[in-house]
Write a protein that binds this ligand. Sequence first.
Ligand code: C5P
Length: 266
Amino acid sequence: MARWALDDIVHVGRVASRAFCPLQTASTDVTGMRPIPVSDRLIVALDAASIAEAKALVDRLGASVSFYKVGLELTCAGGLPLVEELVAKGKHVFLDLKLHDIPNTVERATSKVARLGVRFLTIHAYPQTMAAARRGAEGASLYLLAVTVLTSCDDADLAAAGYAFGTKALVSRRAAQAKAEGIAGIVLSPEEVSDVRVEVGPQMILVVPGIRQSGGAAGDQKRVMSARDTIRAGADHLVVGRPITRAPDPEAAAEAILAEIAAAQA
Ligand code: C5P
């Protein structure tokens, strides 16, 4: 069962503030808003090679996981029907498509995504793109997440692409622009969370990949942090892939991370 009733959901077009939003941080709950349930803070990245593999993983994780991220690869492998299946099962879905195109195309694509019933959709944090996506999401129970600067880019990559800003300055500028545009949240790396939380305040949803269990393998992630430290730094949702999907017992790995999250917000 979905944890949030439909009338609980304030769609992104109406949310200048998240006053009635169910996805609040524990820290904002003091203002009378509900905290995020622990199980909804963990988003498992379904980075599987095929739909069959992804479905097997969802079956294996069962009730322990309520939120999944479906990315570009699985979407291109025929993942949209799987997204609809997950939504029908009462799971929350983060569709990580990182949209960026001319405003008309972004607006229309966003409105199509909104009809799938997914919870989060990523877009690049260009003012034109964000404004278009917001129009496309109007009236829908969809939260838009802005990608500020891809973590694969460093200062030299930005300079080569013609930007006058380094990564830190550009992340900060785009976070402010996303907020001004009424975008619900941002995707960012663990090491940026505490600074960006201070910059954008308690209202924006911060979604953070690059999470590793204490003592776990980092894989190709360079900037990793534990679930506990990332929640304490001010994250709302953690995106976790391989530490769960490649674990010998994925369900036990998910439960261990959920326990860390619970301890962090206790
Ligand atoms: O396996 P791992 O836990 O590293 O997976 C993290 C997920 O978050 C992957 O789907 C990855 O593509 C995604 N992601 C990321 N870093 C970003 C944005 C997204 O790791 N900056």
